[in-house]
Design a protein around this ligand. Structure first.
Ligand code: ADP
Ligand code: MG
Length: 274
């Protein structure tokens, strides 16, 4: 499969971007439950600079999705503080700071590919022609030109996920939140989408917060890898990537890559041992 380039040409928004994209300070989340409250996150501290590609990795149930949802104003914190572009998550959401890509593409089956990408723009009451123009541009950027009139069920899983990425990018979010977006795809499709996402990040330098179970995916994509402990989720270790920003899939065979993967694996194992 070819990797069509995600972005042909694109003009960045002129709005100045604050240096600190996300600041999470001593954040804890306790979910109320009938029997016993669930302590999902415990005293998480994390600062993300604008333009970073951050991966959250950790065992299932450790609070990765919760942390993503906290940053995106989809979940309140029980204690602590969260700032996004210097604003509260709610203010940031109102300012359309986020694009969110879920594990399952979550497309509407009765809408065409174009209709799905246009939806959030239509909900903003944009002019119909503008919605269409932006949606077509986004679809071209994810290599789906020519598929506008198809319905989601006519596309492969990888293509559906590209539609949801196009939808999330439509209103030019400063921060792209991605929750295991490629987790359900076969390895070849995942490699292909990883490569495209890496190129997209290189060109646009948007801040990305990415959740994954895959060590290779985290190492290939990230500028920093946040390793989390089993529940209650804490940050065990933050690993700075030593790889250059510009990456190829073949770098996965280099000693540098393997050393990073090893470091992530060790940190995950340490978390399990305690
Ligand atoms: P991860 O994404 O790392 O798998 P989650 O953030 O989804 O973990 O969940 C962390 C923990 O909180 C899990 O034990 C999960 O069952 C629990 N949890 C998540 N959402 C809720 C909720 N709305 N109510 C109660 N418990 C929840
Ligand atoms: Mg999750």
């Amino acid at each position: 499969m070819n990797a069509p380039e995600l972005m042909a040409s694109h003009s960045s928004p002129e709005v100045p971007t604050p240096k600190k994209a996300v600041e999470v300070r001593q954040a804890s989340v306790i979910y109320p439950a009938a029997d016993k409250p669930v302590h999902a996150l415990s005293n998480v501290d994390l600062t993300i600079q604008s333009g970073e590609f951050i991966s959250l990795i950790g065992p299932s149930g450790c609070g990765k999705t919760t942390l993503l949802r906290v940053i995106a104003d989809l979940e309140p914190i029980t204690s602590g503080e969260v700032l996004v572009n210097g604003l509260t998550p709610q203010e940031a959401r109102m300012a359309r700071a986020y694009g969110y890509v879920f594990q399952a593409p979550a497309l509407f089956p009765w809408r065409t590919v174009l209709g799905n990408v246009m939806l959030p723009l239509q909900l903003q009451n944009r002019q119909p022609e503008a919605c269409k123009e932006i949606a077509l541009e986004q679809l071209e950027r994810v290599g789906l030109k020519g598929f506008e009139k198809k319905y989601p069920w006519q596309l492969s899983g990888g293509m559906q996920q590209r539609v949801s990425i196009a939808r999330a990018m439509g209103f030019e979010p400063r921060i792209l939140m991605m929750d295991e977006p490629f987790g359900a795809l076969d390895e070849i499709t995942r490699d292909n989408l990883n490569e495209q996402l890496q190129q997209l990040w290189q060109r646009e330098r948007r801040t990305v917060v990415f959740v994954t179970h895959s060590i290779d995916e985290a190492v290939y994509l990230s500028t920093r890898i946040v390793v989390m402990s089993p529940r209650p989720g804490r940050i065990l270790k933050i690993i700075d990537s030593t790889l250059p920003d510009e990456r190829t899939l073949s770098m996965r065979d280099t000693p540098e890559f393997n050393a990073l993967a090893h470091e992530v694996r060790e940190a995950l194992a340490d978390g399990h041992a305690h």
